[in-house]
Design a protein around this ligand. Sequence first.
Ligand SMILES: *Cc1c(COP(=O)(O)O)cnc(C)c1O
Length: 351
Amino acid sequence: MSQILIKEGDYVPGNMYFTTTRLHQELAGGIFVDVIVDAAHDPQDTFPFKGNVDLGKLAALVDEVGADRVPYISLEGNVNMAGGQPFSMANLRELRLFCDKHDIPIMLDATRTIENAWFIREREAGYAEKPVRDILREICDMTDGCTMSAKKDALVNIGGFFACNDDEVFQKAQNLVVVYEGLHTYGGMAGRDMEAMAQGIREAVTEEHMAARIGQVYYLGRKLEAAGVPIVEPIGSHAIFIDARRFLPHIDQDEYPAQALAAELFIESGIRSMERGNVSAGRDPVTGKNRRPKLELVRLTIPRRVYTQAHMDVVAESVIDLYQRRDKIRGLKMVYEPDYLRFFQARFEPL
Ligand SMILES: *Cc1c(COP(=O)(O)O)cnc(C)c1O
């Protein structure tokens, strides 16, 4: 999608960045611009739709660079890096009007959009009685295309898809897919995996599944909250995000507090979490400096249909143990840094 739509020097606004998404935009010559609402950058702000696009920020960008330098807006459902936070239907409707006016397509990162639909049902006036599948349909109808990592909402081990309404873009994508993945009829996926994905989507849009799935995430989040552990509020859909900035205030961001906390949790308990802070944000391509993002988080991501309540209890106990001895946790030094997406393969030493 990036290779087809982005030209050198284009600007790609998005409701916060996603790591690989931003890299592909940059490799295609684009410049990512964050247009999410300010609340998303504050872990303690309890605004229920922290995934919303700030139309003011978007309009300012379009005014500054011109709509023809903006090939599309990248809109993510249940924004991962913000803590699994949804956009509202009201916000999407406004975005649609703005984009129609300026002839800018909306490309959805649909990875967690079923969970986004669930939160609209739970939180937005007028949707309490609407089936999740109808809300999802409404979101998709208001966007021009999507990328979908099926490993998340769609309950399968591997795979994904790209979809769009524009015949020309579709034909280009159909041509590129044979270069990178496989014939357009299967795009590198085995037939049985595509069948599993179709079934996964059918099950994932049921209210029973969503209530159990997000209920389990809330169960863990409430336990940590009760023990005073600082986490991102409101609790999101797919993970609990520990606020490492408040957990380890004595560690400077260039000594990677979230990475240090993730490492410490693994040593303590064998629980594998994920840094989502200064390591993940990477370096500014112009200055070469660490980006030092406002959010310095550790993500406890919960796979669907894998763990029991007892597992959640162990996770909570382990995190609470660390919280009680947090003063003793020290920062890290990065001793190996790969060129791209460093958070996947970087190595660290304790300071
Ligand atoms: C996981 C994820 C992706 C990437 O999907 P892969 O299938 O791992 O390539 C893209 N966007 C979001 C929001 C994700 O969470």
